[in-house]
Design a protein around this ligand. Structure first.
Ligand code: GLV
Ligand code: MN
Ligand code: MN
Length: 421
């Protein structure tokens, strides 16, 4: 039976309820932290899998723990599949929206399409990826990479902070790494991939717009840096004889910041994690392990900055009697979103009576990896004050509802085209 369309206010309230429930699933009571293959990740799969099954989707886990909810076409078409989704892992002390919105919105969009009595001439698969953030293992986008057949086998040997290799964590989670190739989706049968996500930046708020169509996603490089000096007694080793790995890293960090500030094309450079070893207040640090994250909208800017950082860091280390080693974990080029799907999102936004603005993404997204194999596009929802990767992350529920409605209209527009002779 056909039900009246729910207005964006109601869709937004429903989305918020799902997001609130998902945010309760955490590895750290009192804050939202859901790491890949952690107990909370397992519980979030049960919760989201339940939402999928209640709405008639056939939900299963693939070999890299991506939750995949599928439903068949319910009208004649060309035998293709539309992919929707985003990720359900989070950063440490996260908000409720990053990634989770794209999964909740996809589920609600399909529910609402059914309520409106619309039939789709393609199968739909909702993908809830588990390793977008790359927080537990230095393998961001590994789950969406598996869906495109571009999983890197060397990821299997990377270790988390407790020394657990990714391969062992996958097995302990019930996944079979030998079957990762089977997680690849054949591009021949795929219409495209659509991801709704919060902007995580301030542009839409500045323009006074709830939604924006993404043009491209900034390339990113993520590395590990290890600085080695000489541990010693904090009371007896004179300052001029020290080879303090942390002091060296501190100088390198300021250099990274300077190079980031000098760069063009939205270049940003971040050291977000530092482990000072052996980690005692009365010991001169002998070793420091740090992350380095460099991004830009134009690949040449990122690559030039990386070269400069490396050169300057080696110079600083040599002057201080330290050694420095770099390990490159991720190198993803800037990716353009599919023009036709961008236009489909733009038409849906315009049909809501909203101005259409297009913007690049500085944050990384599963759509970056998905674009390697499938036409992919993203729609952004306005973020409050551009805050993200922070528990203060927030979007007005009405904006969330407009995002869900735009997703519904985009899917129905694609359905009309798929039926057309
Ligand atoms: C994902 O949030 C990223 O780091 O861009
Ligand atoms: Mn995200
Ligand atoms: Mn994120």
């Amino acid at each position: 039976m056909t039900e009246p369309a729910r207005p964006p206010e109601e869709l937004g309230a429903l989305a918020q309820r799902l997001l609130d429930d998902l945010a309760l699933v955490t590895d750290e009571p009192g804050r939202v932290t859901r790491a890949y293959l952690s107990p909370a990740h397992g519980r979030s799969i049960e919760l989201v899998g339940g939402w999928m099954r209640e709405r008639g989707l056939d939900a299963r886990l693939d070999a890299v723990a991506t939750l995949r909810g599928r439903r068949a076409a319910d009208a004649p078409g060309r035998g293709r599949t539309l992919l929707l989704g985003s990720h359900i892992d989070t950063v440490v002390d996260a908000g409720k929206l990053d990634g989770c919105l794209g999964v909740a919105a996809a589920i609600l969009a399909l529910e609402e399409i059914d309520r409106r009595g619309e039939r789709l001439p393609f199968a739909v698969e909702i993908l809830a990826f588990g390793d977008e953030e790359g927080v537990r293992f230095p393998s961001p986008l590994s789950s969406s990479s598996a869906a495109t057949g571009t999983y890197r086998r060397d990821w299997l040997v990377v270790k988390d902070r407790d020394g657990v290799p990714l391969e062992r964590a996958l097995r302990a989670f019930g996944c079979d790494p030998a079957k990762i190739d089977e997680a690849a989706i054949d591009p021949a049968g795929v219409l495209g991939f659509l991801e709704l996500h919060i902007e995580q930046g301030p542009r839409l708020e500045h323009w006074g717009l709830p939604l924006g169509v993404v043009t491209s996603i900034a390339g990113q490089t993520r590395m590990g840096m290890t600085v080695v000096g000489m541990a010693g007694h904090a009371g007896t080793v004179p300052m001029e004889l020290r080879r303090d790995a942390f002091a060296g890293l501190a100088e390198i960090a300021l250099t990274v910041e300077r190079i980031g500030r000098q760069g063009a094309n939205d270049l940003v450079a971040t050291i977000g994690r530092v482990a000072v070893l052996p980690g005692a207040g009365n010991t001169v640090p002998g070793r420091v392990e740090a992350s380095l994250d460099v991004r830009a909208g134009v690949d040449a800017s990122r690559l030039v900055a990386l070269d400069r950082i490396r050169h300057e860091a080696e110079r600083i280390a040599a002057r201080r009697g330290l050694t420095i080693a770099f390990e490159r974990h991720v190198d993803v080029p800037t990716v353009a979103m599919d023009g036709n799907l961008q236009n489909a999102f733009a038409a849906a936004v315009a049909s809501l009576g909203l101005d259409v603005r297009r913007l690049p993404s500085g944050a990384g997204h599963d759509a970056m990896a998905m674009a390697r194999a499938f036409p992919s596009a993203m729609l952004f929802v306005r973020s409050k004050a551009g805050i993200s990767h922070n528990p203060l992350e927030w979007s007005d529920p009405l904006d969330l509802g407009l995002g869900v409605e735009a997703m519904i209209r985009t899917i129905l527009d694609l359905a009309a085209r798929e039926r057309a002779p």
